[in-house]
Write a protein that binds this ligand. Structure first.
Ligand SMILES: Cc1cc2nc3c(=O)[nH]c(=O)nc-3n(C[C@H](O)[C@H](O)[C@H](O)COP(=O)(O)OP(=O)(O)OC[C@H]3O[C@@H](n4cnc5c(N)ncnc54)[C@H](O)[C@@H]3O)c2cc1C
Length: 432
């Protein structure tokens, strides 16, 4: 295990960065290490992927390692005692995971995994569309086959992050800085800190880069991870509708990627877990050579306050709403958002030292499924920093030696079409 550095700078205060700060603050090994967390936005960063009305909390994975890690996170989410994470922030509504014929591999593997993890009774196969609709209880449904897992649910994502932030603040160990990092500072092959837009340089013995979908601006991730924009739409409900739909399970079609999470505060979210949009952007190579490279980077409501999802995405969400909750089929969307994944080829996280730059550790690659791990991922990241990555994730989270021409996530869970470019789709118009 490498000796603990005297200072650690974490870039990015999402689930990955903030949970790492907490874990480090709790570990006596790092008792003499100065911890600094820098984020470009004041907390909570409204355009980060960890901040939203809701996120699905599930152990329902086709991969047994993530299923087991999801189950360990769920044990923490389920604690609803005063002051615990789950108190008022987690709802075990059940999850109906469905698929269309010929595209059901992910759901079949997931069913097998959760059956192995859970006591009988919590999980029930749904063999027909009729059975799916009956369990969903909204007058609609989706898919032709699937299952319900009554031991999965959803969390108020922003509230979970606020809880975590308060815990970190309480330790008194972490200095919070609001500033945009424009580049890493290198001395030869060593990263020794980060330069902020205001010119301030923050030096540290170890830099942890956890900037989510923005990470590719600060280090070359081409062929290994990329930013993809995902479509979210929201609509308002009456109090009566909230009362009724508040009891529905999460409904996720793994063939189309379309899903609905039960409403909160009279707002319902319809979204798509898809290949997503790329946003090709020309930047100076992060190595400081002056070369210009093209990478996909987030374009959010902070860059463009009037941003609305492209027509193609809204149409998909509209179709999902009509199918899943027909009574609301024509209700206008009042808000939309493009939320950015840090996507890797197989949907694996990237939690590893950089192979060539000493003093740099990466904690990113959330690939659209990292939120649920809020209570456990910090310890995992800290263990990897200490050279003790769990055996089942050693390969998955390592720096990939092979690169892909264009990163497309093929973990079996994505809907939509690969290859969509945000600007091209935006040009076709938005707002139906
Ligand atoms: C639409 C959507 C739906 C999702 N649904 C689910 C779900 O249902 N269940 C689930 O488990 N997961 C889900 N996820 C995935 C999950 O939200 C992410 O995997 C997780 O939040 C990633 O956290 P992060 O810390 O890597 O990134 P982020 O939360 O994006 O944090 C990165 C931070 O870095 C900061 N930053 C960026 N650049 C700089 C810079 N140059 N200088 C300083 N700071 C910088 C940003 O401001 C931001 O706060 C979803 C994601 C999206 C987008």
């Amino acid at each position: 295990m490498p000796a603990p550095p005297s200072s650690i700078l974490i870039i990015g205060s999402g689930v990955f960065g903030l949970s790492t700060a907490y874990s480090l603050s709790q570990n006596p090994l790092y008792a003499n290490t100065t911890l600094t967390l820098v984020d470009r936005s004041p907390f909570p960063a409204s355009d980060s992927s960890s901040i939203d009305s809701s996120r699905i909390i599930r152990a329902d994975y086709s991969d047994p390692a993530y299923a087991a890690l999801g189950a360990s996170a769920q044990r923490v989410w389920r604690d609803t005692s005063p002051g615990a994470l789950g108190e008022g922030r987690y709802s075990e509504s059940g999850l109906v995971l469905v698929a269309d014929p010929g595209r059901d591999g992910y759901v079949r593997d997931s069913l097998e995994n959760v059956r192995g993890l859970l006591e009988g009774g919590a999980v029930r196969e749904l063999k027909t569309r009729r059975e799916i609709d009956a369990v969903v209880g909204t007058g609609g449904g989706s898919g032709q086959w699937g299952y319900v897992n009554w031991r999965s649910g959803w969390a108020d994502a922003e509230a979970g992050m606020r809880w975590l932030r308060a815990r970190v603040e309480k330790t008194g160990r972490v200095q919070f800085i609001c500033a945009e990092v424009v580049s890493l500072v290198r001395e030869g092959k060593r990263v020794v800190g980060a330069r902020q837009r205001d010119g301030i340089i923050r030096r540290a013995g170890l830099v942890i880069l956890a900037a989510g979908a923005w990470t590719g601006r600060l280090v070359d991730l081409r062929g290994r991870a990329t930013a993809t924009g995902q479509v979210l739409t929201y609509l308002d409900l009456t109090a009566d509708e909230q009362g009724k739909l508040g009891k529905m399970p999460v409904l996720l079609n793994m063939s189309t990627g379309l899903f609905i999470i039960p409403p909160r505060d009279r707002v319902l979210k319809v979204a798509r877990h898809a290949y997503g949009y790329s946003n090709p952007t020309k930047i100076q190579h992060p190595d400081g050579s002056g070369n210009v490279i093209e990478v996909s980077l987030p374009r959010t409501s902070i860059d463009d306050p009037s941003q609305w999802v492209p027509r193609e995405g809204e149409e998909d969400c509209r179709a999902a709403l009509r199918e899943m909750i027909p009574s609301l089929g024509d209700r206008p969307f009042t808000k939309s958002r493009i939320c950015w994944y840090s996507d890797t080829p197989r949907g694996d996280f990237l939690i590893t030292y950089h192979p060539e730059l000493d003093g740099l550790f990466l904690a990113t690659g959330g690939s659209g499924h990292g939120y649920k791990f809020l209570p456990v991922i910090g310890d995992q990241i800290m263990n990897c920093i200490g050279g003790e990555c769990p055996a089942e994730f050693k390969q998955k989270w390592a720096w990939p030696m092979e690169t892909m021409e264009n990163v497309v996530t093929e973990d079996g869970s994505r809907g939509g079409r690969p290859g969509l470019v945000l600007q091209e789709e935006a040009r076709k118009g938005s707002r139906l």
